[in-house]
Design a protein around this ligand. Structure first.
Ligand code: F6P
Length: 332
């Protein structure tokens, strides 16, 4: 079988582990992998070439993706997908492995339903916001990166008696924010799925902490929080300005903002991201070779699972409410 392989959407640590596994498992089963560069854009441009086992040496421990990635708006156009599918058939590529997030899997679902291209998805996004899996490649690494960074910020926060707002990634999901907040002992977390995390309640909590003698605080803010991100960006509201305004009358809290940004996306993958990248890569190829047509992999209760590709349209998972609720309790 000739299998096309692409990474799509934001890069995530562990993607290279999955690429290596797909190529080597295919090799072991007598199949061939064609590496497609720059995600779906490379499909459109036929920017592809065979990927051999030896070309995947020493990539397991590297962040990013050796295949490069992109967000391809053109692929939402049915005519563009039809042309891409025709090009795949012409090149003898009858199946695709897509490593990416929900947008990437939605494209794969179309390609399968409209044109019969077999598609296997491997979850890869630091946001960990795919339905049907409790884990995605990159989340564990990004979480550890954010926690390590905030541990450093904590040193300054406590030395200078400061309040820090630290923005972590997560355009539509608070998964990274809530887990980071627990793991770094944050005083509060603001994230898109929570209605209760208003500025009023946050300021009340910060004032009560101050009155009880707590002089430094870390507030983790998800990039996509509905009240606006930590820092002022264009016409988006700013948590820093709003909170600062509410505090300044009676409380002399010195406030700083840190946006962790793309630091969270890069870096050497954690052992867990390497292991799941490897396991999912092998499983994706085995299932395609066995004749499966449209699925993506994940984990449920720590075990490997496969979902129909259309499952990607189910509601996004939310961070466990009980985790968010623990943050103020644990930081008393
Ligand atoms: O989807 C992963 C992610 O890192 C989001 O958390 C973030 O909002 C977005 O990608 C940033 O994308 P880009 O690197 O294209 O600016």
């Amino acid at each position: 079988m000739r299998i096309g392989l692409l990474t799509s959407g934001g890069d995530a640590p562990g993607m290279n582990a999955a690429i290596r596994a797909v190529v080597r498992q295919a090799d072991a089963l007598g199949s061939e992998v064609i590496g497609i560069r720059h995600g779906y854009q490379g499909l459109v441009d036929q920017d592809w070439r065979p990927l051999a086992s030896r070309a995947c040496a020493n990539i397991l421990q590297r962040g990013g993706t050796i295949l490069h990635t992109a967000r391809c708006q053109a692929f939402f156009d049915p005519a563009v997908r039809a042309k891409a599918a025709q090009d795949l058939w012409t090149a003898g590529i009858e199946a695709l492995v897509i490593i990416g997030g929900d947008g990437s899997f939605t494209g794969a679902d179309f390609l399968n339903r409209e044109h019969g291209i077999k598609c296997a998805g491997i979850p890869g996004t630091i946001d960990n916001d795919l339905p049907g899996t409790e884990r995605t490649l990159g989340f564990d690494t990004a979480l550890n990166t954010a926690v390590e960074a905030i541990d450093r910020i904590r040193d300054t926060a406590s030395s200078h008696d400061r309040l820090f707002l630290v923005e972590v990634m997560g355009r539509r999901s608070g998964m990274l924010a809530v887990h980071t907040a627990i793991a770094c002992g944050a005083e509060a977390v603001l994230y898109p799925e929570s209605e209760e995390d208003t500025y009023e309640s946050l300021v009340r909590q910060l004032k009560s902490n101050w009155d009880r003698g707590k002089r430094s605080s870390i507030v983790v803010v998800a990039e996509g929080d509905q009240a606006g991100s930590a820092a002022m960006r264009g016409d988006i509201g700013s948590a820093a300005v709003d909170i600062g305004e509410r505090l300044k009358k009676d409380y002399e809290m010195d406030l700083r903002v840190v946006v962790l940004g793309h630091i969270q996306r890069g870096g050497s993958p954690s052992a867990l991201d390497r292991i799941w990248g490897s396991r999912w890569g092998c499983e994706a190829v085995r299932r395609l070779v066995a004749g499966e047509r449209a699925f993506y992999l994940g984990t449920d209760a720590g075990q490997m699972v496969a979902r129909p590709m259309s499952y990607v349209l189910e509601p996004r998972p939310e961070p466990p409410r009980e985790l968010g609720a623990l943050v103020p309790v644990l930081s008393r």
